[in-house]
Design a protein around this ligand. Structure first.
Ligand SMILES: Cc1cc2nc3c(=O)[nH]c(=O)nc-3n(C[C@H](O)[C@H](O)[C@H](O)COP(=O)(O)OP(=O)(O)OC[C@H]3O[C@@H](n4cnc5c(N)ncnc54)[C@H](O)[C@@H]3O)c2cc1C
Length: 661
């Protein structure tokens, strides 16, 4: 059955590929094979970069990141604009939201989107590339100039061979060019030292024959006068027959210089045979998924669990080591999730195990792989499971790249603020006891340290700075997040990241909650009491639908008693055995649980043993036990052998003893 399913899975993309088209009605991706750039994925990226004769500029993006969606047209225009520079520098993209690329994005240290990286030519060993100059990603012209700076600053050994000299020539060199006949045109762009036009035009012609482009600076005024140049930038053209003159019927713009020069007779593009460097990237699962009917007035567990999967296995996983503020933000977030996430028992148990384990680890840094082992339940503890099957329902987009993860993150935090308001004692005996801003501040730290969309994180931080501290009650926390989300909706209405099937409007809409809306003197007015009632119902656990949730419970033993979270549970302390998880589960995770010192820290002698179970070394407790048994058996065997030979040698000595010798 598996094999059949697998073959079907492979067959569909193959048929689509053969047909050379997407399925009828299939929507566009953020970037498509028709765009003038390389669509890379985990397989094609290393091949493209390794020992490449050209440099690369890559955008690591996330298809759910609104800013990436909005920036995509600019990046596409840039790629088209510098397409002629390809033998020198290539432009590519890689979607880190596609889970086939998760590991490669992690390997390249991509934590935020979009991230721009330069890769020098002829790199043979793995490198994460050079970060793009910050703040320069905004317009095509700026990026072009950053590319030129990068090329000029590259050391000789990694200069792409196709890259012509970008340095200016002297006036004397121009004079010598004028004096000779050549088989080609020579264009000299005169410009000021800070102008990039000359270098841009030089690069525009790397794939052309019949013309050589040079640049000269406007510093030698006498030389300029001789040539009749009164303003810069100017293009001085030397014809193959030796005649020369100023092109003065053009506006001094790079595009005009280039297109005029390309139109000269005999100037034409070389036919280069270039190897195919890119492959069509593997499509995310959602491309082949069919639309799921859903009720927009409902919350779906599938959205929350899919979001949690992405958050724990992809987004935070880009941070290889959690330490300092990041570790604190993560621990606090897990505590809040454990206490307030209205998950199914197997997810709730996973969160509890994770939380307990984090509290029991007195380390100031933790490799994320160790946490991933736990999230993936490598220890195979029964009753713990988080789906890895992404299933957007209320968060599904009508096109790939729309909605999905950020939608689920909003929903998750609304759910958590509502749960905190519904269970005011849930955070008792935690560091958050009595803190009305607990969920909001935890969200703020999560967004600040981990949310991949940096632009979004910046906007959220500004809103938090402005008024989060004014929140005094749990109800106010629910309404604060609601009103800020509406503020974001207002800002993003009409943006490229808006899904026409889910327009960004003031929410809840009148059809969802008529009582929430009113008017005062002809102006719309929210009835906040009603909004609160609505939010509590919408994000309250009773109304969360399990439709489309992953039914894959085969890894879960259902013997476990129903899961309830003890409100009075002291975070990190040994639990009431009724709730059993800590004593059951952590004992399995940490073999010498009882050997904790009084402060609850691991005894020094056991630290290593515990770490070996978790710190990504892949040893389970069974492995460790086997090692101990093997060790004891070998020691015993060696001792027996030792005594056996000792006795034998004594006997031998007695038998062959020659007292007279
Ligand atoms: C913290 C944060 C900041 C962001 N900042 C930006 C940004 O600066 N720029 C950008 O382009 N993208 C930003 N995004 C992404 C953007 O807000 C959307 O999440 C994304 O465009 C997907 O939109 P969506 O249609 O699924 O609806 P979303 O806005 O994601 O909403 C998800 C669901 O929440 C419910 N909902 C809507 N409004 C409210 C509300 N006021 N209160 C409670 N529930 C509500 C609805 O059911 C809706 O379907 C941000 C996301 C997050 C989590």
């Amino acid at each position: 059955m598996m094999a059949g399913g697998g073959a079907g899975f492979l067959l569909l993309p193959l048929l689509l590929l053969l047909a050379g088209a997407l399925p009828p009605g299939a929507p566009k991706e953020l970037y498509s094979p028709q765009d003038p750039l390389a669509l890379l994925d985990s397989r094609s990226l290393p091949r493209a970069l390794n020992n490449s004769a050209s440099a690369w500029l890559l955008e690591f993006y996330s298809s759910w990141c609104g800013h990436c969606v909005q920036y995509a047209p600019t990046w596409r225009v840039l790629a088209g604009d510098v397409k002629d520079w390809e033998p020198v520098i290539k432009i590519g993209v890689l979607d880190c939201a596609n889970e086939v690329n998760t590991d490669v994005c992690k390997q390249y240290g991509i934590q935020y989107y979009p991230s721009f990286r330069f890769f020098k030519a002829f790199t043979k060993e793995f490198t994460q590339g050079e970060n793009y100059k910050s703040g320069a990603e905004h317009d095509v012209q700026t990026v072009r100039q950053v590319i030129i700076d990068f090329l000029q600053n590259s050391p000789a050994e990694s200069k792409p061979p196709a890259c012509p000299s970008l340095a200016p020539i002297e006036s004397s060199q121009v004079e010598s060019l004028i004096a000779v006949k050549e088989s080609h045109y020579t264009a000299v762009i005169y410009e000021s030292p800070d102008s990039y036009i000359g270098r841009e035009v030089i690069l525009d012609f790397v794939q052309y024959e019949g013309l050589v482009v040079k640049r000269a600076l406007d510093t030698d005024k006498e030389a300029l006068q001789k040539l009749g140049i009164v303003s810069v930038p100017s293009c001085y053209l030397i014809y193959p027959n030796g005649t020369h003159g100023l092109i003065n019927n053009l506006e001094p713009l790079r595009s005009l210089f280039s297109s005029h020069l390309k139109s000269l007779p005999g100037v034409r593009k070389k036919t280069l045979s270039r190897p195919e460097l890119t492959t069509k990237p593997t499509k995310p699962d959602k491309m082949t998924e069919t639309w799921k009917e859903f009720d927009k007035s409902k919350m779906y567990m599938a959205d929350l669990e899919s979001g949690l999967h992405y958050l724990l296995r992809v987004e935070v996983a880009t941070h290889q080591m959690l330490k300092g503020d990041e570790l604190k933000a993560f621990k606090d977030f897990i505590t809040i999730l454990y206490k307030l996430f209205p998950g199914r028992p197997h997810v709730a148990r996973l969160l509890e195990t994770l939380q307990d384990w984090l509290v029991s680890m007195p380390l100031d840094k933790i490799p994320y792989d160790a946490i991933l082992d736990l999230v993936n339940n490598k220890m195979q503890i029964s009753g713990i499971y988080l789906t890895s099957h992404v299933q957007w329902v209320g968060c599904q987009g009508s096109e790939p790249g729309l909605r999905g993860y950020p939608c689920s993150l909003w929903k998750l935090f609304h759910t958590l603020t509502v749960q905190a308001a519904l269970q005011p004692n849930a955070l008792t005996n935690t560091a958050f006891e009595g803190n009305s801003q607990a969920v909001l501040q935890t969200m703020r730290q999560y967004i600040k340290h981990f949310f991949g969309c940096r632009e979004c994180a910046g906007h959220f931080e500004s809103m938090a700075k402005e008024s989060m501290d004014d929140v005094k009650t749990l109800k106010e926390a629910v309404l604060w997040l609601w009103s800020k989300h509406n503020k974001v909706n207002k800002r993003l209405a009409g943006a490229a990241s808006e899904d026409v099937k889910s327009p960004k409007v003031d929410w809840p809409t009148p059809d969802m909650c008529p009582a929430c809306h009113g008017e005062v003197k002809g102006v719309h007015n929210w009835n906040e009491e009603e909004v609160l009632v609505f939010l509590k119902k919408h994000y309250g656990s009773k109304d969360i639908s399990l439709l489309y949730s992953d039914p894959n419970n085969d890894r879960i033993e259902v013997k476990i008693p129903p899961f309830t979270k003890p409100p009075g549970h002291v975070t990190g302390d040994k639990k009431d055995p009724k709730h059993g998880l800590k004593s059951d589960t952590l004992d399995k995770l940490v073999p010498d649980h009882l050997d904790k010192n009084k402060d609850g820290e691991l005894g020094a002698g056991h630290k290593d043993l515990k770490l070996s179970s978790f710190l990504g070394l892949g040893f389970s407790n069974i492995d460790m036990s086997l090692c101990v048994v093997l060790y004891i058996t070998s020691t015993l065997f060696l001792m027996i052998m030792y005594f056996f030979f000792k006795v034998r040698s004594r006997r031998w000595k007695v038998r062959y003893n020659r007292p007279y010798v």
